[in-house]
Design a binder for this molecule. Structure first.
Ligand code: URA
Length: 199
């Protein structure tokens, strides 16, 4: 990652550590700003940290993270190639959905991370991330079951076009086995997209 981006991300992470904009800071053990070497210019956005992530201060390190690692591996990517973060940077108690006020309070951090990294591709994992990118990146919303695996082009940000692909959250595939083949299919599309071949 270019050193300036790295420094910018560190500054955002520091702000997240000090953040008291919403009640999630009260119960958190560690905020989870996000991480990854970003060698291939791809950003993954999940929902919010869970128990394991809150303990370690790192994104996707539990069961859903293991599946994400496998999916990345299946298309020849590692965590060094991507940046992984979440819509909300602190764990909602008992893994409940983040509240709209919490998402709003946390949004400037994700906006800033996107502006610093300037990803070529954003993958939205699950409905919360998908809703967020629709609302913040000028993409017309349709349900995740209709939108998954499609490539949307966003050019609302100052630096050019971003390809956005929504897909299911890996945790959904752990609880609903019928989701796994769809998730794998979407990752194959992602593989073709970042290699520049037709989907
Ligand atoms: N689920 C998420 O959405 N994010 C994580 O970091 C872990 C699990």
């Amino acid at each position: 990652m270019d050193p300036q981006a790295d420094e910018g991300l560190r500054a955002v992470a520091e702000k997240i550590k000090e953040c008291r904009r919403c009640p999630l800071c009260e119960a958190r053990n560690n905020p989870v700003p996000g991480e990854g070497g970003f060698r291939k210019g791809i950003m993954f956005i999940g929902e919010a940290p869970g128990k394991n992530e809150d303990e370690k201060g790192r994104p996707f390190v539990g069961k859903a993270g293991e599946l994400l690692n496998e999916l990345l591996d299946s298309i020849g990517l590692t965590r060094d190639d991507v940046f992984i973060t979440n819509v909300v940077k602190c764990r909602p108690p008992n893994n409940r959905d983040p509240a709209p006020e919490e998402v709003n309070a946390c949004s400037p951090f994700l906006e800033k991370q996107i502006l610093i990294l300037k990803p070529k591709i954003i993958v939205a994992l699950g409905r919360h991330a998908w809703k967020w990118v629709c609302e913040h990146m000028g993409i017309p919303y349709e349900s995740l079951s209709k939108a998954r695996g499609k490539i949307y082009r966003s050019n609302t940000l100052l630096y050019g076009t971003i390809d956005v692909m929504p897909t299911y959250h890996p945790a959904a595939a752990i609880y609903r086995k019928e989701i796994l083949p769809l998730l794998k299919e979407d990752f194959r599309k992602l593989g073709k997209l970042f290699r520049g071949t037709d989907c």
